[in-house]
Design a protein around this ligand. Structure first.
Ligand code: ZN
Length: 165
């Protein structure tokens, strides 16, 4: 075998290895019910002593990992942070930037959809994404990020937006 053939074979082997790893991640990826469970689990740990309104989020990364977030309130109300954004930031900290779905759970009888700021932050990393809204009991509502934010802010003249966030 020539050296270039050997290198080609090694590259092919590495490519197959990456595909297999991606298929494994696909198989491991939790389904909607599991994602909602993870969001409810996060909600139970939310820090919401002022409003008493707890929200949990579970963001499914392309790797198959689930990144949880919850709302964090502050006595200076304006400093409070939403569950969806804490989930995005937790995912970024662990090195994940591509996402497949998000579940948002509340302890309210009605499903609550993400605020405008969270929609924009999510759209920075994925132009479209299934969004599952889970009330405390009952039916989970499904939307897509594009439905919730059809005209997101993506670009401005001279912006250096990463080609693939
Ligand atoms: Zn929000």
């Amino acid at each position: 075998m020539t050296q270039s053939r050997g290198r080609r074979a090694a590259r092919t082997k590495a490519k197959i290895g990456r595909r297999a790893a991606s298929r494994r991640a696909e198989r491991r990826a939790p389904g909607a019910a599991e994602l909602v469970r993870a969001a409810k689990q996060a909600m139970a740990r939310a820090y919401a002593p002022y409003s008493g309104f707890r929200v949990g989020a579970a963001l499914l990364g392309a790797s198959g990992r689930v990144h949880q977030g919850f709302n964090v309130e502050n006595i200076s109300y304006g400093l409070s942070m939403c569950a969806e954004r804490t989930a995005v930031y937790a995912a970024l900290i662990s090195g994940e930037r591509q996402f497949r779905a998000i579940a948002i759970a509340t302890d309210s009888p009605n499903p609550i959809s993400p605020c405008g700021a969270c929609r924009q932050v999510l759209s920075e990393f994925c132009r479209d994404l299934p969004v599952l809204l889970a009330p405390v009991r009952g039916r989970v509502r499904r939307y897509t990020l594009k439905q919730l934010l059809p005209a997101a802010f993506f670009d401005f003249p001279g912006s250096k937006r990463p080609r693939r966030a």
